[in-house]
Design a protein around this ligand. Structure first.
Ligand SMILES: O=c1ccn([C@H]2C[C@H](O)[C@@H](CO)O2)c(=O)[nH]1
Ligand SMILES: [Zn+2]
Length: 285
């Protein structure tokens, strides 16, 4: 098993009671420089794979931009096409497991999975049990017919610019990787799907897509999901300075544009000014 895989899938067929032991907040030590609060999370998918998460803060930016450990797990599941989340554990201290914060409950609500259970563990009270996610949710904030966050998607988007690639899903151009990511994006409220692809000095590509929540601040922006892909692949030894190219694909004149947020996060993350963001637009079928 490759180094990076150990961070994504620490075990198959793990018992939910083991999830709390798998949470490793050490990985976030370098990623929570602002608050110095290190959170970790672990999710058991229906395939039996465990997905880890840590909180990620961006130097110099307000904590609003940070990725919560539970949001990281949700992105990690999506990046690996995991169908469903059966159990989720999150911890701030490495021993106690609490219910996710409201931001993350709102994001989890978008998966609308009646089966998801939250691990609650309180060693001082010798309590270890499970709570149904639905019992923690407020009445759903419905904006219309929405598709589920984890449903496999192909939005059918193609680039507006003259197409040079026959099969952009399989093509290695960075803009085609970003387009493929946008095709997986779930943006039912704004109808503005988007995707980001990052390339490092070795030519390795990381990608992420917009995962929108009706409870706005719970959404994961495409640059955040791409950062999750990067952290997962680097297994906690990430060198953001290695990112040399970035591409965003979104709708032309989008009501929700990701350009400024993507630039802001890239600037905070990548220490050198050579990583310019290229933006391409798509056509919807
Ligand atoms: O449920 C929560 C609450 C907070 N955090 C992170 C976000 C931020 O990096 C730090 C302080 O809020 O903790 C989480 O990961 N999960
Ligand atoms: Zn949270």
């Amino acid at each position: 098993m490759g180094e990076h895989l150990e961070f994504v899938l620490v075990g198959v067929s793990s018992k939910p009671s083991d999830l709390s032991k798998l949470i490793d907040r050490k990985v976030s030590l370098g990623l929570a420089q602002t608050s110095r609060k290190y959170a970790g999370a672990a999710g058991l998918g229906s395939s039996g794979v465990v997905y880890l998460g840590v909180n990620v803060e961006f130097p110099g930016l307000s904590l609003d931009y940070s990725i919560h450990a539970e949001q990281f797990v949700v992105a990690n599941l999506a990046l690996h096409s995991e169908k469903r989340l059966l159990f989720l554990a999150m911890s701030h201290d490495g021993s106690t497991c609490d219910a996710p914060c409201h931001r993350c409950r709102n994001l989890l609500q978008e998966t609308r999975d009646p089966e998801t259970k939250i691990v609650i563990k309180n060693p001082s009270r010798k309590y270890h049990g499970y709570v149904e996610l639905v019992s923690l949710l407020e009445p759903r904030f419905v904006l219309g017919d929405t598709s589920l966050l984890h449903e496999p998607k192909h939005n059918g988007l193609t680039l507006l610019e003259p197409e040079i690639c026959q099969d952009s899903d399989a093509c290695s151009h960075l803009k085609c990787r970003a387009l493929a990511a946008a095709n997986k994006s779930c943006a039912p409220y704004s109808d503005c799907p988007s995707g980001v692809a990052l390339k490092d000095r070795d030519g390795k590509v990381y990608r992420g897509w917009y995962m929108e929540s009706g409870a706005c601040e719970a959404s994961l922006m495409p640059i955040q999901t791409a950062v999750v892909d990067f952290v997962v692949s680097c297994a906690g030894r990430q060198m953001f300075d290695n990112i040399v190219e970035a591409v965003l694909v979104e709708k032309k004149d989008a009501r929700v544009s990701q350009v400024e947020t993507t630039k802001t996060i890239l600037k905070a993350l990548v220490g050198h000014p050579n990583c310019v963001l290229k933006v391409f637009h798509f056509r919807k079928p």
